[in-house]
Design a protein around this ligand. Structure first.
Ligand code: ARG
Length: 432
């Protein structure tokens, strides 16, 4: 930092003893000196305290779990699907109730958010489990803070609760550790914390941390071989052809995070299930599911994608995004940072055109890319996701990267295993 010349003002901060040029000499008695010393020490202590308070305040997150039964809402299995209208509207009602509880209160500034993490059945009614997140400036006073929150909630649930008729006797409240809470807060499929976009694979650009949180790298003896997609805390979907060299789960690992050489989490694998009707080198039924040895904890950067219903149709020409650590061009080098490329879904009829793939595309396959080429998956991307966002901003898995004629060539778009076609197969093998 640049040095500055001493100015007159600076004098005020020099110790009194050295102020030889001072016009007014202040004579202090011993007692006066002593009081001044104490005052200055006190002031310094307060200042340090304030600095510490404002620098650490709000950095510690505290999490609580609450649950209660709602007498006027019948349990509905659709509450289990976070993209269902039933779940969305229930979550909104609960969030606004919790907001009302803390908004404008003494804890208004410390309350961050709440999220319904589970709805279970209690005598046919909905029992709602919610996680609450606070930022706290009361690290040393956590017990008091907790009690305050609990009693404010108790009060609220006994009083006016809008359209939710709550059985306040069922109210339960407990602390939560951060990893457990974040795991629950991030269990919703197809959502991500980051919303930044901008298209920066062959013809793709660098992804951002947390942008494609369901993307995994499948590694054989620590070498990246294929992409894969997280569909639950224990299962990944990928391509069957990834295991042509080895089907032994012990040789395989899954890694998560933006960078290949510095993953956020690595997990071993204990089961690889390849579609029975996949026969190398044919491309039919190029799908497999992989089981993690222990369930992964979701974080804001590691989340699962939503699987579409078997009947869902991804409209031709709609936008989709393909991601992976595969080659940047055919026979080219591979990146360390995850790449994303925006493509469009191509109708099977067009993809089977004479100039394109001439009839080899089956109903179990889906094409995506551009007829002019330029953006495509490439070697090393196989098994990874092709995802598409619905009108609510929730991401669904449309395809699994399978094959293509070289990469990004005109009239040779990427070919994917069509997830809707295999939806029931995935369910039968994984329960997801
Ligand atoms: N089969 C390739 C692999 O194992 C991926 C092929 C994707 N090619 C394409 N042009 N879209 O990684």
């Amino acid at each position: 930092m640049a040095k500055r010349r001493p100015q007159e003002r600076d004098l005020a901060w020099t110790p009194l003893k050295t102020r030889t040029e001072s016009h007014t000499k202040i004579k202090l008695t011993r007692c006066g000196k002593c009081t001044l010393g104490i005052l200055m020490t006190l002031a310094a202590a307060v200042l340090i305290g304030l600095i510490a308070y404002f620098t650490t305040c709000g950095k510690t997150a505290l999490y609580y779990h609450i649950s209660f039964k709602v007498k006027n809402i019948d349990y509905d299995s659709r509450f289990e699907k976070p993209y269902s209208n039933q779940y969305i509207s229930l979550n909104l009602k609960v969030a606004s109730l919790i907001n009302e509880t803390f908004h404008g209160s003494k804890l208004g500034r410390e309350f961050i958010n709440s999220h319904v993490v589970q709805v279970s059945r209690s005598k046919g009614k909905a029992l709602i489990h919610t996680v609450l997140k606070f930022k706290s400036c009361h690290k040393n006073n956590a017990a008091k803070f907790r009690d305050k929150i609990e009693s404010m909630l108790q009060q609220k649930l006994k009083g006016k609760t809008g359209s939710l008729c709550i059985d306040s006797s069922t109210f339960r409240f407990s602390d939560m550790e951060m990893p457990t809470a974040e795991n629950l807060l991030n269990t919703c499929c197809g959502q991500r914390t980051i919303t930044r976009s901008g298209n920066k694979i062959a013809g793709g650009t660098n992804a951002n941390e947390g942008e494609w949180p369901w993307q995994a790298s499948l590694q054989q003896n620590n070498v990246h071989r294929c992409g894969a997609t997280l569909i639950s805390n224990s299962w990944l979907v990928t391509a069957a052809h990834c295991f042509e060299n080895s089907k032994n789960p012990k040789e395989w690992k899954a890694s998560f995070g933006l960078l290949l050489n510095d993953p956020q989490v690595q997990q071993s694998i204990d089961n690889i299930i390849i579609h029975d009707n996949y026969h190398y080198p044919a491309h039919d039924n190029d799908i497999a599911v992989v089981h993690l040895s222990s369930p992964i904890l979701y974080t804001s950067n590691i989340r699962r994608v939503c699987l579409p219903e078997a009947s869902y149709k991804f409209p031709p020409n709609s936008k989709a995004v393909v991601t992976g650590w595969g080659a940047l061009k055919y026979d080219g080098s591979s990146p360390n940072i995850l790449q994303k490329g925006q493509v469009k879904i191509i109708d099977n009829k067009i993809c089977n055109g004479e100039q394109v793939y001439g009839g080899v595309i089956t109903p179990a396959m889906l094409c995506a890319g551009f007829l002019k080429g330029k953006v495509d998956a490439c070697q090393g991307d196989s098994g990874g996701p092709l995802v598409s966002e619905d009108h609510k901003g929730i991401w669904f898995l449309a395809g699994i990267i399978s094959w293509g004629d070289e990469c990004a060539l005109p009239n040779k778009p990427g070919v994917y295993a069509r997830v809707t076609y295999f939806r029931d197969w995935i369910k039968s093998k994984t329960g997801v």
